[in-house]
Design a binder for this molecule. Structure first.
Ligand SMILES: [Zn+2]
Length: 315
């Protein structure tokens, strides 16, 4: 095994192997391993290519591997953006202030769909998207334009969030969001540390990542195999995600909750056929089986065996 170094606790004792085949690994050398000291699961070696994102590599992989057409990806992205906006009310996080408009920063915000939905939901809110890939930002501006007249466009910054960025924007934001960003980075603690500097004294950081404790991993071998991919360096559980937050600073509150993204038909499809549902996986946007979907989601989220984790951090 390649020399191991835990990206969270920096331990270098020989880790345990989790899986030896990583989807999209051109080199054939990547494995996923669990740190013996802190329990964190990560790729070994932990590689990160900014070029990959500049070339929109992750989206291209989805198009190629699942045959999902771009229009479906865009449609799903809008659904997810609306649900992300709703999340704040579900967790009692205010999106309005009496004295001035709220300032929100979406880190790694890609095409800007979440930012646009937030602006649509809360008129007057000040939303900035910071995204390292200039090509994604350009594509995003195109999608927002295509979405029709009156679709708000957030302010885009093509930058990475490092110490310099944190110094320039220290204490500038009420809410900072990281939707499916942390799992892509070689130093998630460092990013959260810089993110903590960006929020005001009463600010909030919201993080969503895939959940390695999704029970589908045990129920569908094919799902498990596809859960480990070259783009995802970290595979968080409730415990290890909380650990990352604790290492990033002294927070008054850190809460990790289960969150279910995909619908029950997608879940049953994986279990029954042991393969992906295809080009248009179920996210559940209907009203016909709300009672089933609601009960099922609540149970998964309470047990934290859902497909995602949602973390709230307060200074
Ligand atoms: Zn570790």
């Amino acid at each position: 095994m390649t020399n191991f170094h835990c990206i969270i606790c920096h331990d270098s004792a020989s880790p345990t192997e989790v899986i030896d085949h990583i989807k999209g690994d051109a080199s054939g050398t990547l494995t996923a391993v669990r740190c013996r000291a802190c329990g964190h699961i990560q790729l070994n070696p932990p590689e990160y290519s900014l070029d990959f994102y500049e070339e929109n590599g992750q989206v291209n992989n989805v198009l190629r591997m699942y045959g999902t057409p771009m229009n479906v990806l865009v449609e799903h992205s809008w659904i997810e953006a609306r649900r992300r906006v709703q999340r704040f009310a579900q967790h009692g996080i205010a999106l309005r202030r009496d004295d001035r408009p709220l300032r929100v920063l979406d880190i790694g915000g890609g095409y800007g769909f979440f930012g646009a939905e937030l602006m649509r939901a809360v008129p007057g809110i000040d939303v900035t998207v910071v995204e390292p890939s200039s090509s994604r930002v350009e594509m995003g501006k195109g999608y927002l334009k295509d979405a029709g007249d009156g679709t708000p466009v957030p302010e885009f910054l093509v930058e990475i969030v490092d110490e310099d960025f944190a110094a320039r924007h220290a204490g500038a934001f009420d809410i900072v969001t990281l939707w499916h960003v942390l799992e892509h980075l070689t130093d998630p603690v460092d990013l959260l540390r810089n993110t903590a500097r960006l929020i005001r004294e009463d600010g909030v950081i919201c993080v969503e990542v895939p959940n390695v404790d999704d029970d589908l991993q045990a129920l569908s071998p094919s799902f498990r195999e596809r859960s480990f991919m070259a783009e995802h360096i970290s595979y968080f559980s409730r415990h290890t995600l909380e650990n990352v937050a604790r290492r990033a600073g002294d927070f008054r509150h850190v809460g990790v909750h289960g969150y279910q993204r995909y619908g029950i038909f997608n879940y049953f499809h994986w279990i029954h056929f042991n393969k992906p549902q295809g080009a248009n996986p179920d996210l559940f946007e209907g009203t016909d089986r709300w009672w089933l979907e609601t009960t099922w989601r609540a149970a998964r989220e309470a047990a934290v065996t859902s497909d995602a984790l949602f973390m709230i951090m307060k200074r």
